[in-house]
Design a protein around this ligand. Structure first.
Ligand code: PBG
Length: 331
């Protein structure tokens, strides 16, 4: 061998499987995963979502069954999203405050089936409940109002906590909502209910299939750029995170995932707090499409992308591949 350092061979430690294991810096484990699930009305329903091949909406009984499946796979937490019937949607999204809404019934069903053996994370934002598909209340021009929306989000968060949610996850991107929700949780006897803030959530093209899944894609006019972040901004993400932590968030999220690994790393380096990645519906669909087109091996794509979130500094990942990945990791 030629060169100045003939004895340095980085390939030495890569030569065998046992040595690669020994030198692996980052590992992926089922306990890193949060499994997002879509809830629908009815009994015994599994309703496949066209734009998310392999993902279905489940009726509440099916959600309870998924909770047991997740526990068996070692997945510590579920994230719930409701597919609200069109007739229950309204301009003001008031169904979010109904103690018997789909979300609350799903939370209670998981508790009945699994007790405290699994965590339940619930999304706080009005888009599954509004007739216009925006995350908040709008004025006549369609602009999403900040403070009026926060008032409703507080009620939504309390409604979820009262039903038994463990982690409240505001995904709405209104200013100031974390502090107000934290105070309301404390005041209502939920001191141990956590807040995982969608702190750095970008106005992204990777949410399309999700909007199909919750039934808001046909309703949404325009976009969410007046509240979700500009994809060009990183400093602003750090400001968002700083504010949410100051207001009382226990952990923060960066979303989407793979195109924003740099943000995960910067958040981790700057704040040293638990930071979670959301591998969004569009990212999931992209992997499935690539695999279906023969452009890559599905299992390998899944495990490599999920591992990348850990390497970037992520504490865990919300992913629609959670059950599949956990099975692969357990095998
Ligand atoms: C709702 C919400 C969205 C997602 C999570 N919560 C969609 C949006 O903001 O339009 C996206 C999740 C995904 O694409 O998988 N505020």
């Amino acid at each position: 061998m030629t060169g100045s350092y003939p004895h340095i061979r980085l390939r030495r430690t890569r030569a065998t499987s046992w040595s690669r294991s020994l030198h692996r810096e980052t590992r992926l484990d089922p306990t890193d995963l949060i499994w997002p699930l879509f809830v629908t009305e009815g009994l015994g329903i599994e309703d496949p979502i066209g734009s998310l091949p392999g993902v279905s909406r489940w009726s509440v009984d099916g959600i309870a069954a998924r909770a047991k499946e997740a526990i068996a796979l070692g997945i510590p937490c579920l994230a719930l999203f409701p597919h609200t019937q069109a007739e229950r949607r309204s301009e003001d999204g008031r169904e979010a405050l109904n103690p018997d809404n789909l979300m609350c019934r799903a939370i209670r069903a998981i508790r009945d089936a699994a007790g405290d053996a699994i965590g339940v994370l619930t999304d706080v934002a009005l888009d599954p409940y509004t007739s216009h598909g925006q995350d908040g209340l709008i004025d006549d021009a369609g602009y999403v109002l900040n403070d009026a929306t926060v008032d409703v989000l507080v009620g939504q968060a309390l409604n979820q906590a009262q039903a038994g949610a463990d982690i409240i996850a505001p995904s709405d991107m209104m200013d100031g909502r974390i502090g107000v929700i934290r105070a309301a949780l404390e005041g209502d006897g939920h001191a141990n209910v956590q807040i995982m803030s969608y702190a750095a959530k970008y106005a992204s093209a990777f949410y399309g299939p999700f909007r199909d899944a919750v039934g808001s894609s046909g309703l949404l006019k325009g976009d969410k750029k007046t509240y979700q972040m500009d994809p060009g901004n990183a400093e602003e993400a750090l400001r968002e995170v700083a504010l949410d932590l100051a207001e009382g968030a226990d952990s923060v999220m960066v979303k989407p995932g793979l195109p924003y690994l740099d943000i995960i790393r910067q958040v981790k380096d700057r704040f040293a707090v638990p930071v979670f990645a959301y591998q969004t519906s569009g990212e999931y669909a992209m992997i499935e499409a690539a695999a279906a087109a023969g452009a890559g091996d599905r299992d390998a794509l899944v495990l490599e992308t999920l591992l990348a979130f850990k390497r970037a500094g992520g504490s865990g990942v919300l992913t629609y591949h959670a059950a599949h990945a956990a099975r692969l990791l357990g095998a």
